[in-house]
Design a binder for this molecule. Structure first.
Ligand SMILES: NC(=O)c1ccc[n+]([C@@H]2O[C@H](COP(=O)([O-])OP(=O)(O)OC[C@H]3O[C@@H](n4cnc5c(N)ncnc54)[C@H](OP(=O)(O)O)[C@@H]3O)[C@@H](O)[C@H]2O)c1
Length: 329
């Protein structure tokens, strides 16, 4: 697996990372021992950059990732986690807390759940507009000073706030949704990350499975699946989006790859500072996704994909109104 720089840290990570969220929540039930094997399959395939957050499964996801890191060897994995989304157990409703006192308490709680003495990359998951970014990043910088955190990140941050944050302490990574189905970051934040040598970590790079060719219309999903509430997966929007995603199939067949691999390879070939973090509960899919590193897209392939999936091509919003709270602050 080829590596990409992690901001200006001097560290590199596998050009395809792994998103662990779906192993604990959001996309239906999962099996804990299968999850562990899947993480192992990703590592064996060369993936060394694992993404979690304190809110995923209300801490369960951090426990899983920490156990995995301790089992395979801490030095073999780069562990990224996040703070700032506060929910009651079992509830989707959230508030955003990025106050300095909360940042410090959240970090200690994450370290405890992970069972690790440091976090490699610590993100603010969402931002509270009432807390100055300088205060939040100042508190995050204190964690670096204390040796609890190696590098800082921001998720779904606006360009203006990113500049202010970066002036307080170097920001190593920005994490936002980016895929053939969601290309909005290309307007401003992607070029800004390039300018500032910040790694852009592309979450939901498979459009939450839309780009894999699977039927993900709401009615086909498990009753506990969070996508049943997302506008893109409901009714006419779902039908239009499944039809849009089907356009990947022909290109995938021509390239001897799968639609998921083409979606990941498009990110890698289009943006040198992007690291996609696809997520899956299945070992076979973890290997498939990592295999996108070997898929070569030509200039013609990229032009064709850009034409088939222009900015704004997906129908419906990517989140509900409540889901946009703390986004682009
Ligand atoms: N910062 C944020 O606010 C934020 C928000 C969302 C996600 N994230 C991070 O980004 C990571 C990835 O995003 P995501 O999980 O939302 O979306 P994703 O990676 O775009 O898609 C995940 C979905 O695709 C399916 N899938 C994965 N590989 C597949 C393949 N090769 N063939 C068929 N189906 C496949 C998975 O199902 P199976 O499990 O059944 O394979 C799952 O339902 C998350 O795990 C999380 O760490 C961050």
């Amino acid at each position: 697996m080829k590596q990409r720089p992690l901001g200006r840290t001097g560290r590199v990570v596998s050009e395809i990372g792994f998103g662990c969220m779906g192993m604990s929540e959001f996309y239906g039930p999962s099996d804990q021992s299968e999850n562990f094997s899947t993480l192992g399959a990703a590592l064996d395939a060369g993936v060394n950059f694992f993404d979690t957050a304190d809110t995923y499964g209300h801490g369960a996801n951090e426990e899983l990732v920490g156990r995995f890191a301790r089992t395979v060897g801490r030095h073999r994995v780069c562990v990224a986690t996040k703070f700032g989304i506060v929910r009651e157990p079992g509830k989707i409703e959230r508030r955003i807390d990025t106050s300095p006192a909360y940042v410090k308490a959240a970090c200690n709680a994450s370290l405890k759940r992970l069972g690790l003495d440091h976090i490699d990359l610590y993100y603010a998951h969402r931002l509270n507009p009432d807390v100055p970014i300088e205060d939040t990043v100042g508190a995050m910088a204190d964690l670096v000073q204390a040796g609890k955190v190696r590098a800082l990140g921001l998720s779904e941050v606006s360009p203006a706030t990113l500049r202010r944050a970066h002036a307080v302490h170097p920001i190593t990574a920005v994490q936002s949704e980016l895929s053939l189905a969601e290309r909005t970051p290309e307007d401003e934040i992607l070029p800004l990350c390039w300018e500032l040598s910040i790694t852009f970590v592309a979450y939901s790079p498979l459009g939450r499975a839309l780009l894999t060719g699977r039927d993900v219309a709401a009615e086909a999903l498990d009753v506990t699946d969070y996508r049943r509430f997302l506008p893109r997966f409901i009714g006419n929007a779902a039908t239009a989006n499944v039809r849009l995603a089907a356009k990947l199939k022909a290109i995938a067949e021509e390239k001897g790859a799968t639609p998921a691999q083409i979606a990941i390879a498009w990110l890698l070939a289009s943006f040198p500072h992007v690291v996609p973090i696809p997520g899956t509960r299945k070992a076979v899919r973890a290997r498939e996704n990592a295999g996108a590193s070997d898929v070569r897209l030509t200039r013609d392939d990229l032009e064709r994909l850009d034409g088939l999936f222009p900015i704004g091509a997906a129908t419906g919003d990517r989140y509900t109104e409540a889901g946009f709270i703390g986004v682009n602050v």
